[in-house]
Design a binder for this molecule. Structure first.
Ligand SMILES: Nc1nc2c(ncn2[C@@H]2O[C@H](COP(=O)(O)OP(=O)(O)OP(=O)(O)O)[C@@H](O)[C@H]2O)c(=O)[nH]1
Ligand SMILES: [Mg+2]
Length: 310
């Protein structure tokens, strides 16, 4: 709780519970989609490609008598770049700060070696685990769940479909009693602590990820160069970085079609989010192998984790 230094509200009683729930799991299992669905609000970008989330993000759920601070985390994987190391370090850091863990597995696939490694790691953390078998909409009712259920010692195990919004209340109800007694840390109507520049960069990155394939989603970083809130509109200028000239060509697309489409989609989302007209200007630059360039990574928000991952 060290990063939470302000208590905003006093309309909670002595039996109020509050705490941090780290949402962890392999890439692409639906961590961000699940948090968005629980909050009923999009606080984190999502895509059908692994390693979309790169930073820790807070999703705040306020109920009568409880406040749960969900931390969305990057998918745990075997890193091959500095960026990957940073991402896995973020997940580890989130685990250390957590009062409870929501471990998400993909119910539609058998557990993988990566899941088993995560099980070992979570087992050492000595935090209550709620095992969530997500993507339940993709499986039959009578499907055998025993392999997933054998993965770890859990406090609760349940199925969800983040996509179809199934099992979410049940999950919240399991989590509340696992939270320690404590105050309401954030106002009841606040769903995230993300600032608007960050949301703008993430929204642009989401559109590029969704429109591209192979290495490009991993090779994209977005820097906001200007974010100016004028009375009539918000003006945003952003640079999209890729790692190779060939990637730049693909992101721009034939006659600029791809970048134009990404820009229109990002602008529409941002107009809804900011509730103003948005003027968005983007340009694409190449920065060779930026995923191993720590100075650049820090510049775009991928700073060193607090402690080195073991
Ligand atoms: N069918 C189905 N698809 C889902 C469900 N939850 C998430 N997805 C899809 O799974 C893909 C990955 O979702 P994300 O929420 O981005 O996954 P993540 O675990 O946050 O992934 P990383 O950030 O890369 O670690 C997206 O295409 C989602 O629409 C679900 O319950 N059912
Ligand atoms: Mg994610």
């Amino acid at each position: 709780m060290d990063e939470l230094d302000s208590v905003f509200s006093d309309d909670w009683g002595e039996d109020h519970r509050s705490g941090i729930v780290a949402v962890l799991g392999r890439p692409n299992v639906g961590k961000s989609t699940l948090i968005n669905a629980i909050l009923g609000q999009k606080i984190a970008i999502t895509a059908a490609k692994p390693q979309t989330t790169r930073q820790k993000q807070l999703g705040i759920l306020t109920r009568d008598g409880a406040q749960i601070l969900f931390t969305d985390t990057p998918g745990v994987h075997a890193p091959v770049t500095r960026l990957g190391e940073y991402m896995v370090g973020v997940a580890r850091g989130a685990l250390r700060d957590a009062d409870a863990i929501v471990w998400i597995v993909d119910a539609s696939q058998a557990p993988t070696d990566e899941d088993r490694r995560i099980a070992d790691w979570l087992g050492q953390a000595e935090r209550p685990i709620v095992l969530v078998m997500n993507k339940s909409d993709l499986i039959d009712r009578d499907r055998d769940r025993s392999q997933h259920l054998a993965l770890c010692n859990y406090q609760h195990a349940l199925e969800t479909s983040a996509l179809k919004e199934r099992g979410l209340d049940e999950l919240t109800q399991c989590l509340i009693p696992l939270m320690p007694l404590g105050p309401r840390y954030y106002p009841a109507d606040q769903a995230s602590d993300a600032n608007l520049r960050f949301m703008a960069a993430e929204t642009i990155r989401e559109k590029i990820i969704r429109l591209t394939s192979e290495e490009i989603p991993h090779s994209v970083a977005v820097e906001i160069n200007r974010f100016r809130e004028r009375p009539d509109m918000t003006v945003i200028e952003a640079t999209i970085y890729v790692e190779r000239a060939s990637q730049k060509g693909i992101v721009i697309g034939k006659r600029g079609q791809m970048i134009k489409r990404a820009g229109v989609e990002a602008r529409d989302d941002l107009q809804r989010l900011l509730n103003t007209k948005v003027h968005l200007e983007t340009r694409v630059k190449v920065l060779k192998n930026w995923r191993s360039n720590e100075e650049f990574m820090r510049r775009v928000g991928y700073g060193r984790p607090r402690r080195k991952s073991r």
